[in-house]
Design a protein around this ligand. Structure first.
Ligand SMILES: [Zn+2]
Length: 408
């Protein structure tokens, strides 16, 4: 059977608790990620890969499956992340459902947690397949342990099938993707591929090469608190100034009213008292020009408040990542080969922009065009997350097929 170790490998990986922590500024943000990386390192050693290196500084584990031919191939890479999203991940008990009947899934009988077809109509697409779900109390961690497994299994397959010719294939497993930090320290020079892929998408066929441009702004409003009885002409109420500031943002340009290529502002966090308030917005847009306009708008908002209330607002505005499409469009080999690989395997490519970012959004700007490929799971970052074994196998097939197509 093809990829016969895939299921057990996946069940093993998801049991490692590797939730990242945005509040912790070490690398990795949680020590368990490093423990898991060391386990992966051992697995890669057992497979017999070359150049295995766990970099203590950036916590990326890299390795090479060396070329088995002298023929010229593009040097390609596959990347996945070891951390899981900010959701309970202690005591993950995956549940395997073979030959899924297309009906509601009881995740947890005792706590009456049900994944219903009414709430998740996509379940109908999986009738007859093997699903892996949670017990309703944790996430599953298929994001991105499915990606890790698919890369390892594809590499193992290539090792077991030396008749399939390929060039050098690099792999990288890194930390802290979910908190948007891991790839900041990715060593693109050391990885040194012509292009690469993150295995970090969702449903079968997803192929993503456009992501948001992303920035974040935090406003700090300094109020003046005075006893309300004697506050006339003295009090500056940071609460109400915060409300006024928030009301200046366009009502419809928010995540809940936008889709496709539309950008938005999201009031992500807000704390307010009379003396001081802080508001954090994230700014997202696919188009660089609009992205810059949005940032200007955010500055303008502060300026207006400051004119009215005499310098009460300070802000901190910084860029987070950029649309990798702007890079990938100038060298489309990665996307073209992935698309062809899927078509060769009778998978219909779903080429849609990611309303978010991936590690590839940063790595592309380091000189390695890095689109994103499906891993065969859905409902990431919560207790309704599930994976489809057959689609995970197809993701490994895509990796193997790209390896073949990388021939110059
Ligand atoms: Zn992910």
């Amino acid at each position: 059977m093809k990829y016969e170790t895939m299921l057990n490998r996946f069940l093993n990986y998801v049991k490692f608790e590797t939730r990242s922590d945005a509040k912790n500024f070490t690398i990795p943000s949680t020590p368990q990620q490093k423990d898991f990386l060391k386990m992966l390192q051992k697995e890669l050693e057992e497979l017999g890969l070359a150049d295995i290196y766990l970099n203590d500084e950036n916590c990326f584990l890299t390795a090479t499956l060396p070329a088995n031919t002298d023929k010229p191939y593009d040097k390609i890479g596959f990347i996945a992340h070891v951390d899981t999203a900010d959701f309970n991940s202690v005591g993950i008990k995956p549940n395997v459902i073979e030959n899924y009947d297309g009906k509601d899934i009881i995740l947890n009988k005792e706590e009456n947690i049900i994944m219903s077809v009414k709430d998740f109509p996509n379940l109908l697409n999986y009738a007859g397949q093997t699903l892996i779900t949670t017990d309703g109390t944790t996430l599953l961690g298929a994001d991105d342990k499915a990606g890790l497994v698919e890369i390892v299994e594809a590499i193992k397959y290539l090792l077991e099938h030396p008749e399939i010719e390929h060039g050098d294939i690099r792999i990288a497993f890194g930390p802290d993707e979910e908190i948007g930090r891991g790839a900041d320290n990715f060593d693109a020079k050391h990885f040194a591929t012509d292009y690469a892929y993150t295995m970090d998408g969702s449903v079968l066929g997803e192929l993503q090469f456009e992501s948001f441009n992303a920035a974040q702004i935090t406003y700090k409003i300094k109020g003046v608190s005075v006893h309300p009885g004697t506050a006339k002409d003295k009090m500056k109420n940071a609460n109400t100034i915060a409300v006024e500031l928030a009301a200046m943002f366009p009502e419809k340009e928010v995540p809940e009213h936008t889709s496709g290529y539309e950008g938005f502002y999201l009031l992500h966090n807000m704390e307010a008292r009379i003396e001081e308030a802080s508001l954090t917005y994230i700014i997202r847009d696919f188009n660089k020009e609009n992205f810059n306009k949005r940032k200007e708008f955010c500055k303008e908002v502060a300026k207006k408040i400051n004119e009215k209330y005499d310098d009460v607002v300070e802000y901190d505005l910084f860029d987070q990542y950029y649309n990798m499409g702007d890079i990938i469009k100038s060298d489309k080999r990665s996307v073209n080969k992935a698309e062809l690989a899927m078509r060769n395997l009778d998978i219909t490519p779903i080429i849609i922009p990611i309303r978010g970012g991936t590690d590839g959004s940063k790595i592309s700007y380091m000189g390695i065009p890095t689109p994103n490929i499906f891993v065969g799971g859905e409902n990431f970052h919560g207790q309704y997350e599930f994976s489809c074994l057959e689609h995970m196998k197809k993701a490994s097939d895509v990796i193997v097929e790209i390896a073949k197509l990388a021939k110059k």
